[in-house]
Ligand binder design. Structure first.
Ligand SMILES: CC(C)(COP(=O)(O)OP(=O)(O)OC[C@H]1O[C@@H](n2cnc3c(N)ncnc32)[C@H](O)[C@@H]1OP(=O)(O)O)[C@@H](O)C(=O)NCCC(=O)NCCS
Length: 195
């Protein structure tokens, strides 16, 4: 599959416990529940969404992004319920270099059950095996221990630190850059088996 095929129609993904599907405007309320939660947003240096309208705007932009081939945003649900409990994305595509960045967030009540590992693994598998990416990147605030652990567990390597790159709540914070190459992925074959 090429990048063209990847954007031709929305690539729904499934794991043992999760379904990763296209974000829809009807997801706004469920998404707002975690995007308005400071436990979630302060981890990546953003203020929580202030209103449901702000979250609706966010959802509309992400839907439009897919149409423009700017990003793929999946909502994370269980197999039993349509309710969005998180989201994952591939964005910042560079189709020439075959590079993208991965992002993820999960409702606080679902943390610590291995769900992010499971969802992100499916997104990486899609990026490498189906979009044939060469490299997937991630960046996070240095204090984000959960995200660091998740990336290292999936085979990412810490590649650098941009000092004082983010200004949040009155102070500058360092931003860490992680990378995973296609060869790393093929050799490491992390935690969750291929579907
Ligand atoms: C990052 C996030 C998605 C992780 O979700 P999760 O479902 O708890 O992740 P998992 O259960 O798959 O755990 C991944 C690993 O991190 C570890 N971990 C989780 N929370 C941790 C913490 N606070 N400190 C250290 N390690 C932690 C887990 O133990 C697990 O490692 P293990 O398998 O070796 O035990 C979740 O914390 C979140 O939504 N955070 C807010 C948004 C965010 O930071 N997004 C990323 C922006 S870069």
């Amino acid at each position: 599959m090429s990048a063209d095929d990847g954007f031709a129609r929305f690539p729904e993904l499934a794991t043992e416990r999760l379904r990763l599907r296209e974000v829809q405007i009807g997801d706004a309320e469920a998404i707002h529940a975690f995007r308005a939660d400071p436990n979630v947003t302060t981890a990546y240096g953003k203020e929580p969404a202030a209103s449901i309208n702000e979250t609706r705007d966010w959802v509309e932009k992400r839907i439009a992004d897919f149409g423009r081939r700017d990003s793929i945003v999946w909502v994370i649900t269980s197999h039993e319920s349509e309710l969005a409990i998180g989201s994952c994305c591939l964005w910042h595509f560079d189709e020439t270099f075959r590079i993208a960045e991965v992002g993820y967030e999960l409702a606080h009540s679902h943390w610590g059950a291995g769900l992010a590992s499971e969802a992100v693994t499916a997104v990486l598998r899609f990026g490498f095996d189906r979009l044939e990416l060469h490299r997937i990147e991630a960046c996070l605030l240095e204090r984000n221990e959960a995200s660091k652990r998740l990336l290292l567990k999936l085979g990412f390597r810490l590649e650098g630190k941009l000092r004082d790159r983010v200004f949040f709540r009155g102070r500058y914070e360092d931003l860490l850059y992680y990378g995973l190459l296609r060869d790393d992925w093929l050799n490491v074959r992390p935690v969750y088996p291929r579907a």
